[in-house]
Design a protein around this ligand. Sequence first.
Ligand code: NAD
Length: 732
Amino acid sequence: MTDFTMTTDADGVATIVWDTVGKSMNVMNQQGFTDLDALIDQALADDAVKGVVITSGKDGSFAGGMDLNIIARMKESAGDDPARGLFEGVMGMHAILRKIERAGMDPKTNKGGKPIAAALPGTALGIGLEIPLACHRIFAADNPKAKIGLPEIMVGIFPGAGGTTRLARKLGAMGASPLLLEGKLNDPIRAKAAGVIDEVVPAADLLSAAKAWVLSEPNIVKPWDEKGYKMPGGAPYHPAGFMTFVGASAMVNGKTQGVYPAAKALLSAVYEGALVPFDTALKIEARWFTHVLMNPSSSAMIRSLFINKEALEKGANRPDTPDQKVRKVGVIGAGMMGAGIALVSALAGIQVVLIDSTQEAADKGKSYTTAYMDKGISRKKVTPEKKETVLDLITATTDYAALSDCDLIVEAVFEHPGVKAEVTAKVQVVTGPDCIFATNTSTLPISELAKASNDPEKFIGIHFFSPVDKMMLVEIIKGKQTGDVAVAKALDFVRQIRKTPIVVNDARFFYANRCIIPYINEGIRMVKEGVAPALIENAAKLVGMPLGPLQLVDETSVDLGVKIAKATKAAMGDAYPDGEVDEVLFWMFNQKRLGRKSNAGFYSYDDKGKRQGLWEGLSAQYPVADDQPDLITVQHRLLFAQALEAVRALEEGVLEDIREGDVGAILGWGFAPWSGGPFSWLDIIGTPYAAERCDQLTAQFGTRFATPDLLREMAEEGQAFYARFGAAAKAA
Ligand code: NAD
């Protein structure tokens, strides 16, 4: 069985059908390219064939892209000289697509050649669009669910099978930039409006329309193969083109801070490619693509953001118990978190009972869904009928009896053990014996809260992040007695609401908050030391953190920081290490600079709440020292503060799977995504260097940077985290 098959009809139109064996959506692999190449050769050589239509055997989709597992391993499988091996592999791909594009034409006269059309029943992503872009005309079915585009940049690479060069030449650099640089996906109508595809036709007419076009003796010479081709919008040295490239360059650097190699390489490929003939441009694209594949960031990003993320979503760590899909969820506490949890549950088609202590508060919680759906309607993304369907799924009430047939409860009341215990007791009076009880606490130990339950095996933590509808990570926390069914229930629920789960054991602050607090604290500690706040914030951003530590405090609020500090100190007693941090934090609190919510924090805000610069008053209390540390030192302090905590979580068994540690870090708090997460980052810099650097930081700044035993041991062996703890090592 092969993924590509070809049949020729009586009119002489050969139809190549792509149908990846054993997958619901087509993905391209090495063998697929070889098979497609052979069929194209056959069609071009066969005098009975007048033209070709390439389509898909899958209902409603053309292709999802390259098999990213292959891309992630390309470097390792490219031989002793990997850059050369990769470059040659990429050039091989170009040769096949260029063969489709030239379709047997005379190279000098452009005469001859057979028309080749792409017929897309639906979604066409990555290589699934790069192949059509090499064809002479792209037809798509009017399937509004279809997504068409080149999302490669989202996983740290760029379209490297000619998509970059062809799209830039088809649309101009300006037109192509949202599609290439942001990975923007469009439905067929919008893709046609943007000029990416050529025709949208009713699904039933897709093949006949493509065949009719093939038989119409169309002009098949691509504009860039015609004499006198000019790039739309101007090539780099054209005045208009000049403006585009200067702007794009500034935009890319502004958005990526220079830490994502793919965006820069993509722009270079477009810029340099625009100055030379098409075939040379493809070669340039291949060079830059090789450059990106050789950078460890690309394989780390693919591994965390695609392969491992998907594995976790599909239940890589799910206990082997029968399906635990949620039918009806009870959400207790209709505040900020409860309202969001009700929304995402109802959006997934789950019935929701939303409870608060007053009907008014419960209704207010439900109104969050109303507002969300209304916004969707105003953006034409939601229909009024859909809004009604979703709202009908939510019952807002104060009556606990309404929970009787719920199979999952998510409690999101005030962060107070007494209040939570009272709610737990009240709920279990009305719910059935199989109902799982989850708490959304962010700081209270699960095993302690479980004491209020008469069945701790069915008690678990499901920790959402705020805002619930936007944040993709959900942290599932097992208490000491939590059973497998509860874990499976939590995982199945997270899967229903289409978020990404990690499963961790119970310990102070679980995983995500445990790692983010030292990052914030390190930033505040530097303020106390006299490091310029602008240096702290910029160092963080220049190493790929989405927010500097001081901005993060402003967003999450200084009073929350104070609350957490007090609780931690009470729990740790003399061992509490963050007195210096607290001095600054409590001082800010006393100044009533609580962060964004009070329009005053480490930053200044205008009357409308818009963030201005860093607050100048800070230096009166904490003067900026004359001697400032270098950028790398500040960055290492900020990154190691997080990464070492992740290692400790692994060492202590809070984390059981480094894939969860990496995916959770990126999705939960934005740990430098270019690195693939803290464990990937330690692998990139190498454990021997990491341990050495920790020793230096410990000598200079204190024992919080002390090299964990596990890291020390790995450094001595020259071991990498993924080699020792990755999925392959686990399976072995
Ligand atoms: P919130 O104050 O916005 O909402 C709490 C809601 O619970 C209020 O509407 C309150 O009326 C209701 N409530 C209190 N006691 C109740 C009772 N006995 N019965 C029914 N309803 C009751 O708080 P929130 O920010 O939504 O946080 C809720 C929980 O989620 C807390 O445990 C918090 O730690 C956790 N959490 C919060 C965040 C966050 O960023 N805010 C993130 C993750 C987890």
